[in-house]
Write a protein that binds this ligand. Structure first.
Ligand code: SF4
Length: 458
C-alpha cells in the first residue's frame, strides 16, 4: 500500500492538480536532479515539451505558469499565490529565469515551452519532456515525466513500474489492503472501523500527533478557501467572463431569499462547493481532494455535516479524512484519479465517493454501510466525461462539484438505510476503469469534444 492521506490530500494551488500542481512538481524535480548531479551551474537553457491533454488544455489550466514556478524552485504548498502573475510577467518580459533561485538561464516561455497538441507520449495523456543544455548546446540532462493525476508525478521509468513517486512512500503497512473486500475483511477480523485501519497504517509513517495536525491544517485551509470564495466578487480569469456566484448566493441564503421547499440544504452544499471551486479557478490556495477540479465536494460535505447534522469535532474530522482517504486509495490503486485517463468520473466521481464514505462514517455507518455509500457515490457518476470549455476549470467543473456534493450526501443517506447491496465497491471501481478506458480521448480533458465544442456567449 503506497498511497497515504498525505498524498491524497494536500495544500496546493488551483486550477488543476494534474495540469498545474503536477507540472510544477515535475519541473522542480527535474532541476533538483540536475543540482544533485552537480550540473546546475552549467545550465544555460531549458526546453519543455508538453504532450496530449497537457498540450491541449495547458494554457487554460495554467500549466505554463506552473512550469516556471517549478523551475524557480517553488512548491505548490508554499508558493505565494498573490505574486505569481507578477513573477511570470518578469520572466516573460526579461527572457531570464533563476533556476532554483540560483542559476540564471535564458528562458522565453513562448518558445521554450512547446505545446505539442497532436502528439501523445506512450504511457499517459499528460506527458512532459524536459531538456537542459549548457551554453554550447550540449545536453546536460533530459527526462520524460508524466503527471498522472492528483498532483502525482512519475518518470518514464517509474510509470513502467507503476511506482508512486512524488513523496516516495512505499512502506510496508500493518493492514495491507488493495480492494474494498480486503478492507471490509480487515475491519471484521480486527473489529475496527475503516478509519482505525487507516490510522494504524498511517502511524507506521507518522506519529498520531502528526497525522492529526496534518488533518487539522487541511481543514483550516479548506475553511479559509470557502471564506475567501464566499466573500470575493469579480470575474473569473480566462475569457469566459463568468462572474463569481458564491458571494451573491451566500448573501441570498443568509436572508432566506426564496421559499426553499425543504431544500435549503442543497443551496448550502452548492454555495460551499462553488466558493471553493471559484477560488480554484482563480489559481488560489485549495486543498486537493483528491484533485483540484473536484476540490469543492469534500469541504462542502463537511460544512454540511457541521451545519445540519452535528458540530464537527476533532475526532469526527479525523474519522472523515481517514475514511475518505481509504476509499480514495482504492481508486488510486485500482483505477485512476486523473481526468485525462478516466474523464470526470475519475475526479468528481471519486471525490463524491470519498465524501459519501466519510459522511456515512460520521453518521454512524458500519464499514459495510461506508463501502456501500462509496459505491453509490461512484455508481451514479459512471461515464461522466471531462470536457471543460476553453480548457478552463470552470464550465462544467464548478457546478459539477455542487452536484457531486449533493450526490454524496444522498449516497451516504441511502447507504445507511440499505440492507441488500447488489453491487460491490470493487465492482463499481472496475466498471469505472473500463468505462474510462473505453471513453474516446476527446472526452478526457482534451477540450476536443462535448460541451467544450459549444460556443459560450461572453
Ligand atoms: S470536467 Fe471534471 S475532470 Fe474535467 S477539468 Fe472539470 S472537474 Fe476536472
Amino acid at each position: 500500500m503506497r498511497t497515504s492521506i498525505f498524498d491524497l490530500f494536500y495544500i496546493g494551488i488551483g486550477p488543476s492538480s494534474s495540469h498545474t500542481i503536477g507540472p510544477m512538481r515535475a519541473a522542480k524535480r527535474f532541476v533538483v536532479d540536475i543540482e544533485t548531479s552537480g550540473l546546475l551551474a552549467e545550465v544555460a537553457t531549458v526546453n519543455i515539451f508538453l504532450y496530449g491533454s497537457l498540450a491541449l488544455t495547458g494554457i487554460g489550466h495554467h500549466t505554463d505558469k506552473a512550469l516556471l514556478l517549478g523551475l524557480l524552485g517553488e512548491e505548490p504548498e508554499t508558493v505565494d499565490t498573490l505574486t505569481i502573475n507578477k513573477r511570470v510577467k518578469t520572466i516573460t518580459d526579461n527572457g531570464r529565469l533563476l533556476l532554483l533561485g540560483k542559476q540564471v538561464i535564458s528562458f522565453y516561455p513562448s518558445s521554450d515551452i512547446s505545446f505539442l497538441k497532436r502528439e501523445r507520449m506512450m504511457h499517459h495523456s499528460n506527458g512532459l519532456y524536459f531538456i537542459a543544455r549548457d551554453d554550447t548546446g550540449v545536453i546536460l540532462k533530459e527526462e520524460k515525466m508524466y503527471s498522472v493525476g492528483g498532483g502525482f508525478v512519475m518518470t518514464q521509468e517509474e510509470i513502467s513500474k507503476k511506482f508512486i513517486s512524488h513523496l516516495g512512500h512505499d512502506a510496508n503497512v500493518i493492514n495491507p489492503f488493495r480492494t474494498g473486500k480486503d478492507l471490509l475483511d480487515l475491519c471484521i477480523s480486527k473489529n475496527k472501523s475503516i478509519a482505525d485501519i487507516m490510522l494504524e497504517n498511517e502511524m507506521q509513517r507518522h506519529s498520531k500527533e502528526e497525522i492529526e495536525a496534518y488533518i487539522d491544517s487541511l481543514w483550516a485551509v479548506m475553511q479559509e478557501t470557502i471564506d475567501r470564495g464566499l466573500n470575493t466578487t469579480g470575474i473569473l480569469p480566462g475569457g469566459l467572463k463568468i462572474e463569481r456566484r458564491a458571494p451573491d448566493l451566500f448573501k441570498k441564503l443568509k436572508t432566506n431569499f426564496m421559499p426553499d421547499g425543504g431544500a435549503e440544504v442543497l443551496d448550502w452544499l452548492s454555495v460551499y462547493s462553488i466558493a471553493t471551486n471559484e477560488e480554484n479557478a482563480c489559481g488560489g490556495r485549495v486543498v486537493t481532494a483528491p484533485t483540484n477540479g473536484s476540490a469543492g465536494i469534500i469541504p462542502a460535505v463537511l460544512k454540511y455535516y457541521d451545519k445540519f447534522c452535528k458540530p464537527l469535532d476533532k475526532q469526527s474530522l479525523y474519522t472523515f479524512f481517514l475514511t475518505a482517504g481509504a476509499i480514495g486509495f482504492l481508486y488510486k490503486e485500482n483505477a485512476s484519479i486523473s481526468g485525462a485517463e478516466m474523464g470526470c468520473q475519475g475526479e468528481v466521481g471519486v471525490a463524491c465517493s470519498m465524501a459519501a464514505a466519510g459522511l456515512a462514517a460520521l453518521l454512524g455507518g458500519s464499514p459495510a454501510n461506508i463501502e456501500c455509500a462509496a459505491e453509490i457515490g461512484m455508481e451514479h457518476n459512471l461515464g461522466l466525461t471531462c470536457d471543460p470549455i476553453k480548457g478552463l476549470v470552470q464550465i462544467p467543473c464548478i457546478e459539477r462539484n455542487s452536484m457531486g456534493a449533493v450526490k454524496a450526501v444522498n449516497a451516504a443517506r441511502l447507504a445507511l438505510k440499505r440492507t441488500d447491496q447488489k453491487i460491490s465497491l470493487d465492482r463499481v471501481i472496475q466498471t469505472m476503469k473500463e468505462t474510462g478506458e473505453d471513453m474516446k480521448a476527446k472526452y478526457k480533458e482534451t477540450s476536443k469534444g462535448g460541451l467544450a465544442l459549444h460556443k459560450v456567449a461572453c
